[in-house]
Design a protein around this ligand. Sequence first.
Ligand SMILES: Nc1ncnc2c1ncn2[C@@H]1O[C@H](COP(=O)(O)OP(=O)(O)OP(=O)(O)O)[C@@H](O)[C@H]1O
Ligand SMILES: [Mg+2]
Length: 537
Amino acid sequence: MVRFGAPRKRGVPGLVRKSLCPHDRVTQAIPTDDRTSAILPRGHHCAMSRLSLLVDLASLLAREVDFDALLRTACERLAAALEADRATIWLVDAESGDLFARVALLPELPSLRQPISRGIAGYVARTGELVRLDDARSDDRFDPSVDRATGYTTKTVLVAPIREDEGAPVRGVVQVLNKEGGPFDLEDERYLAALATQLGRALRMTTLRGGGTPGVVLRGPFNRIVGRSDALRRVYERVTLAAQTDATVLLRGETGTGKGLFARAIHVNSARQSRPFITVDCTTLPAQLVESELFGHERGAFTGADRRVPGKVELADGGTLFLDELGELPLEAQGKLLRFLQDRAFERVGGRTTLQADVRIVCATNKDLERAVRKGTFREDLYYRVRVVEIAIPPLRDRGADEIEDLARHFAESYASRYARPEPELTPEAISALRAHAFPGNVRELEHWIESAVALAPDGRIVPDLFPQPARVRDSGPPSSGEATGAQPGVKIPLGLSLEEAERRYIEATLKACDGNKSEAAKRLGVGRNSIGRWLK
Ligand SMILES: Nc1ncnc2c1ncn2[C@@H]1O[C@H](COP(=O)(O)OP(=O)(O)OP(=O)(O)O)[C@@H](O)[C@H]1O
Ligand SMILES: [Mg+2]
């Protein structure tokens, strides 16, 4: 079995280091104040780190960090705070009943799991009782096979259940081993119990949510990003690798697939995580303002410029600049951006000094950039410059119905807590309606459906009647072919879209109305079947 918490002597927890290890990167998010440790005597330092750990954990859990790294950092900090040799956070998997020591979504990592029936951690998870032992090996709940397998010698043990409040379902346990210079005392016990409660509450902010039953459900390897389909696995891999470098990233995907979310995930898992993440929305920028928005302007640069204003590039210094909807950037501005991407140098509008900014660039687009290059609306040199690491976010329809269900439950829980509604219950009819619906607006559309259903269900019971019309038509059982052609869903195309995007939505809606039958869709659109095929590619 693998213990999750590392021996604390391996590194200095909280110290800012430059390293490729993802765990170290998260460690940087919660730096320990080294000056404090130099001035205060040992006992004070411990008390400080005990306090700050509670505060920092909550703020970390609110970001899209790699869950694994997050728990590991928490363990390192906890071991230091309690002067223990190691700390481990075990969570209870609500689906299998096992204990797992990291977000082991991948079946190839079974060793990170253990049955809840075994060991002291299992005992605490089953009973919800805190356990403190001065001599673990003499207790019959102790499982010696673990020590035998790892070559570790467990002496003193302190294990607390993780739950939101006394009497609430157990989500997991937090375990610390082998305190330096003597057994754990009552004060350690109280501290760990308090920390475990905080952790239990903080889990509510994550995607690792549990309902009224013990345990948590694993919904993805990154905190706050739901999805465990094969289609997303490649995205996670690439996001993780990209986060280790400063390479420019281009996120591509249909509207509402989560490009903004993954852009932030790259930032918060990178070494730049404690620096700013600045978004530039290229759709809302009129051509004349782009330059000043990006690079800022000097006083008197143009009428109305009564003071110097820094641009987004400057604000993002040391951090990440996210260029959202890059495909919409006016041609005039593309050249300016290219120059910045080439040598990270720029001038403020109306200024003569050349300035430098150290920014990492992440871009997103739902546009067919290759086509834009062919049409001459997007610069080819810029195109090559931004697609260093390309990450394609798959549309919801390629992720499978299980993912729709996971997302629906996640949104139902988070909106119920936001709107102070009771624990939501998605009825079987609602679930099958959701699973059968093709969401052209992807995750965002699904999110809106659930948000409004939660708002409209004061008793927390979510039935298909609460969803927009087309879903109700097919609210139970799998859709039969031809059914969709009978019930025309129609398509709403708001003004303000690019012609290309409007076209795309119209084709998609037609195809959906034909239940994916390309020949039929082509006939209705008055184009050849190949055109549809080409478009789908
Ligand atoms: N995998 C996911 N897990 C949880 N929430 C998600 C996921 N994907 C998307 N969302 C949520 O769906 C909404 C849309 O996501 P986001 O804005 O990142 O999409 P987008 O691809 O940038 O869309 P657009 O192209 O329209 O800008 C957001 O509220 C986001 O939090
Ligand atoms: Mg977006």
